[in-house]
Design a protein around this ligand. Structure first.
Ligand SMILES: Nc1ncnc2c1ncn2[C@@H]1O[C@H](COP(=O)(O)OP(=O)(O)O)[C@@H](O)[C@H]1O
Ligand SMILES: [Mg+2]
Length: 235
């Protein structure tokens, strides 16, 4: 069986003599599945998904052992540009992801890099702004938006790449309550559309969207048990 995401016995440290952040992690995510990953701060959740979107090993090299496959293809055999058409990632802090003068430029940036035709890009902008319910902000400067709205635009710009796999790295943690409700609705919609989603979370309220919850502990992924909630909280 070919999985959208398959990780086999992954070990990783950022530097040669540093601690092993990942220490034999295994994961298979099926098409259309939403998997939440929880774990204490510093347990390596971001590191794990950097290994899925290619930031590791293509940007941070470090020392990796084991295998990460996207649709059966080893990530080492894929360029970042190819990975970016298959896996999208949204980060915790939308300010790290937004840099264009207008919302539409921001959303166009990724598809433009793929040399997609202008009308096609226009259609994508319209579609993703509808998905996140931000159509009226098309010409706005992202810098003028609220935290939640910025995160919706960061999501929209990732959706414009039309990847089937989406990685959300604690994307609700810097967003107010109203924004969180909107973003949760967007994630639910994407799940219903059949996207394959990994949700990194430390807020138990956000786990309800997931089909499955795993815990990253001692560098490995294990089944999450209700008793293991130390360090997690509800907002
Ligand atoms: N670029 C980096 N260089 C060296 N160490 C890092 C780097 N990024 C993260 N780490 C270390 O890796 C560990 C796991 O970090 P991270 O994956 O961000 O955890 P989490 O997302 O679960 O909070 C931490 O000890 C952190 O200090
Ligand atoms: Mg993190």
């Amino acid at each position: 069986m070919i999985y959208p995401i398959e990780i086999n016995n992954l070990h990783y440290k950022y530097e040669k003599d540093a601690r092993e952040i990942l220490n034999g992690a295994n994961l298979k995510v099926a098409k259309g599945e939403t998997v939440a990953i929880v774990g204490l701060s510093g347990s390596g959740k971001s590191t794990l998904i950097y290994n899925i979107c290619g930031i590791i090993p293509h940007i941070y090299r470090g020392e990796a052992k084991g295998q990460v496959k996207i649709w059966g293809k080893d990530i080492l055999d894929m360029k970042l540009s190819e990975i970016s058409t298959k896996v999208g990632i949204v980060f915790q802090d939308p300010d790290t992801q937004l840099f264009s003068p207008t919302v539409e430029d921001e959303i166009a940036f990724g598809p433009e890099n793929l040399c997609i035709a202008r009308e096609q890009i226009g259609l994508r902008i319209k579609k993703v702004l509808e998905t996140v319910n931000m159509e009226e902000y098309r010409l706005e400067n992202p810098g003028n938006l609220s935290g939640g709205q910025k995160q919706l635009i960061a999501i929209a710009s990732v959706l414009a790449m039309e990847t089937e796999i989406l990685l959300f790295d604690e994307i609700l943690s810097q967003v107010d309550k109203e924004g969180r409700i909107k973003i949760r609705e967007v994630i639910k919609g994407l799940k219903e559309e059949g996207k394959t989603i990994i949700l990194i979370e430390h807020d138990l309220n956000n786990l309800q969207i997931a089909d499955r919850v795993l815990q990253l502990k001692d560098g490995k992924l294990e089944e999450f048990k209700a008793g293991d909630i130390i360090g997690l909280h509800r907002t």
